[in-house]
Design a protein around this ligand. Structure first.
Ligand code: FAD
Length: 386
């Protein structure tokens, strides 16, 4: 059995490791020429960490993961704590700590686990076709490769998805821009082992720890799509947007490196149930492009990889049956999380300001029970968290 995987993001690399564990011959093709992911870090929730552990990366993931012992919400203007609670009930319930990780380090961990030198960098896929015996990909340099299956892990703007669905789809702007980066831990912003989130005015400013005494930070700012931005000006933009916010937020704005701060317009895609066309399948953001509001996009990609492995374990000699099993194992869960994230996004970012104000009131009376229940609800339901 041979598999071609297009895209060396966290989905493609997890799938490559997962299929290799079964003894499948894997070839990975990636359009960029080196490991340079866009975005500073992600929170890998317990379901994602369990997938990494399953791929043999338990020690490595724990080394890269920040220690998140508690979580708090803070009034963005006054700096008053609205609620603070331990993560231990969540860890006890799902049996695994979550690990926020720097994105480049997570990617490199996966690439090294597979074999960095085995990845074909600088290979941009320009077409994919299904066939009776093999599926084939064509690259911009005129070369091709064929295999029993092609897995399109080619991200949110996936070409493979276009092939599988028979045409392009329109992604939806979620109404806000996310600025993100890494800074050294500074307890004036938030405690070193806490996920601290300042909220107010339908905005959000958050820090959470990653390994190496660093905070992953992000700012969510609702605004129309297409507002011009010049890279390197994040500090001025954020200083203006958050001028009257609490001292912790001012410290963060003063500390961040504007030259490495990313700015992303957040989009998502309505869920769809066709992930497979013959021997060609989508995986990761190619299959489910979600807003980051429940921090599950990358975790879902890792779950897809494990589910794909289980499907091939159960149908070792029948790629069509395996891909059908993969699709039926995944579409409902992924679609559910895309819609949950969209709902969370709307409340956080003031789609209906009354609902957002009611959420702030709830946070002031929260002891953690409801929030942890919500996060556990996102974590359970995957291939290793059923
Ligand atoms: C601001 C933000 C915050 C997020 N936070 C979290 C979080 O906290 N937790 C979480 O779990 N998720 C989070 N996510 C989501 C997560 O980043 C994605 O779900 C994840 O990166 C998807 O991985 P992937 O491998 O499917 O796609 P990608 O990481 O996009 O990788 C796709 C790869 O395919 C390559 N490629 C594309 N087209 C081609 C082609 N034609 N030929 C060859 N190669 C190609 C690309 O170069 C890329 O390397 C966040 C996303 C954003 C935007």
């Amino acid at each position: 059995m041979k598999a071609v995987i297009v895209g060396a993001g966290m989905g493609g690399m997890s799938a490559a490791i997962a299929l290799r564990q079964l003894g499948v011959h894997v070839e990975v093709y990636e359009q960029v020429s080196e490991n340079k992911p866009v975005g500073a870090a992600i929170s890998v929730w317990s379901n994602g960490v369990k997938c990494l552990n399953h791929l043999g990366l338990e020690r490595e993931a724990a080394e890269l993961g920040g220690i998140l012992d508690s979580m708090s919400y803070v009034d963005g203007f006054t700096g008053d704590t609205m609620c603070r609670f331990s993560m231990q009930p969540l860890i006890d319930e799902v049996g695994q700590r979550p690990y926020p990780m720097a994105r480049a380090e997570l990617q490199l961990m996966l690439m090294n686990a597979y074999g960095y030198d085995d990845i074909h960098f600088g290979k941009k896929m320009v077409a994919v076709h299904d066939g009776a015996e093999r599926a084939t990909v064509e690259f911009a340099d005129g070369t091709t490769d064929s295999a029993d299956i092609v897995i399109g892990a080619d991200g949110a703007k996936s070409l493979t998805r276009e092939y599988v669905l028979g045409g392009p789809v329109q992604r939806r702007y979620a109404g806000y821009v996310n600025f993100n980066g890494l800074v050294e831990v500074d307890e004036n912003i938030g405690p070193a082992t806490e996920w601290t989130t300042y909220v107010g005015d339908s905005r959000r400013v958050s820090v959470m720890p990653v390994a190496g005494n660093r905070f992953y930070f992000f700012f969510d700012v609702p605004m129309p799509a297409g507002v011009p931005f010049e890279r390197g000006t994040a500090r001025e933009v954020l200083a203006e947007e958050f001028a009257d916010w609490a001292p912790g937020v001012q410290t963060l704005i003063g500390t961040l490196d504007p030259t490495t701060t990313n700015r992303v317009e957040i989009l998502d895609l309505d869920p769809f149930d066709t992930w497979v066309k013959g021997r060609v399948a989508v995986l990761g953001d190619a299959a489910h492009n979600t807003t980051p509001d429940v921090g599950q996009g990358g975790c879902l990609a890792m779950e897809d990889a494990v589910a794909l492995q289980f499907a091939f374990r159960d149908h070792p000699d029948d790629p069509l049956a395996a891909l059908a099993a993969y699709q039926s194992a995944r579409t409902e869960r992924a679609g559910d999380l895309v819609l949950r994230a969209r709902k969370r996004c709307d409340v956080t970012h003031g789609k209906d300001p009354e609902k957002t104000a009611a959420w702030y009131d709830e946070l002031r009376g929260e002891d953690g029970t409801n929030i942890i229940r919500g996060i556990v609800g996102n974590i359970v339901g995957g291939p290793l968290t059923s």
